[in-house]
Write a protein that binds this ligand. Sequence first.
Ligand SMILES: C[S@@+](CC[C@H](N)C(=O)[O-])C[C@H]1O[C@@H](n2cnc3c(N)ncnc32)[C@H](O)[C@@H]1O
Length: 414
Amino acid sequence: MNDHEVPPPEALRAAMVDRLREMGAVRSDQVAMAIGTVPRHLFAPNESLTDAYTATSTLETKRDEQGVAVSTVSAAHIQAMMLEQAQVEPGMRVLEIGSGGYNAALLAELVGPSGEVTTVDIDPDVVDRARDCLRAAGYERVNAVLADAEEGVPAHAPYDRVIVTAGAWDIPPAWWDQLTGDGLMVVPLRMRGLTRNIVFARDGDRLVSREYELSTFVAMRGVGAPDERLLQLDGDDVKLRLDGNHPVDVERLRAALAQPRIEAWSGITAAGDGRFDGLNLWWALHLPEFAVIDAKKTAVERGVVAHAWPLGVPAVVGADSIAYLGLRGVTPDRSTCEYGVYGHGPNARTLIDRAIQLIRSWDGSSLDARFTAYPAGTPDDQLPAGLVLDKRHTRVVLSWPGPEGRAEEAGSTE
Ligand SMILES: C[S@@+](CC[C@H](N)C(=O)[O-])C[C@H]1O[C@@H](n2cnc3c(N)ncnc32)[C@H](O)[C@@H]1O
């Protein structure tokens, strides 16, 4: 084979599985088998074979009039991560919310001939495309349904697994109702602009998280569309994501961002391995004026913001000022980093002081948050201790069990 020849799909597939194992996205033989079997290129006919089999490439299948991606075949490493989280077994009935075809085919491999996979999408083009691709790849046994997933898919319920592949602002009652008593739900839940890919197990009338990963997904559309706004602070280069109808004066924030940057450092350090998502959640739930800055590299190069992170930078907004989280290496190899805060605007100092206090109150030793979801209307006195985030249908409680709580939990499962 010369340098320009592309290896056959089977070889590319095997190489992608190896890469996904190296990345830690594939951990089990079952998921490796599924990814090694399903011809991903048949679900991305407009992509080159190399792109179709690149572990980290998201394959866009549809954009809206503003050019925002509304449907994709997710990157293979995200799909692998979610399949591992979901622990799908032969014979199970699975509902996938958000269709691309490929992930449904992987699920069909995992549940085998005795199981059943239903995939639902709100977009007729996406469903038609998924059906065509599934047929071409030999997976016509998957049910591809056109509907707003807000109501789930009662016709094929109940489900042992509900796997949501669009950013969900809430957990509608139908998803709980259609989940079996010992079922698992994997959902990229958006909380004040942050997304956590949470595995929930059912526990009576509540859902309790087992584990979570960081992620980002195209947003849910239709009835369950996120109660979020995206404000441009510097054209398309710096955008602010805000939950709900928290009032902000965009013009004044734009003016603030154009003012010189000040900064303060907390003296609190953490391992620089990127696993500081607990602090982001801590900020998000303590600061009513929490927001997320989505910035492009060009904004950093132009000096508008100090940095840009792939999943956004936690921020706090005031009437005429804005502040956001910073991280600087304190060892030459950045294996240890210090948290700080950058600010712009006339009242930046006040925002920075509050944010620094919050960093200092964060117990960085208990990194793993626990999420418990209750139906809306559950009285406060029936909720566990923690920070409460109220959604339309759900009250989500965040708590950090810490080392003692975790030891207790481990003991109680024996
Ligand atoms: C990331 S894509 C799904 C990728 C797919 N699981 C795959 O094979 O990789 C997200 C999909 O969610 C769909 N979606 C958004 N809102 C929805 C809703 N309310 N009900 C059903 N589907 C929805 C979008 O149309 C889009 O196709």
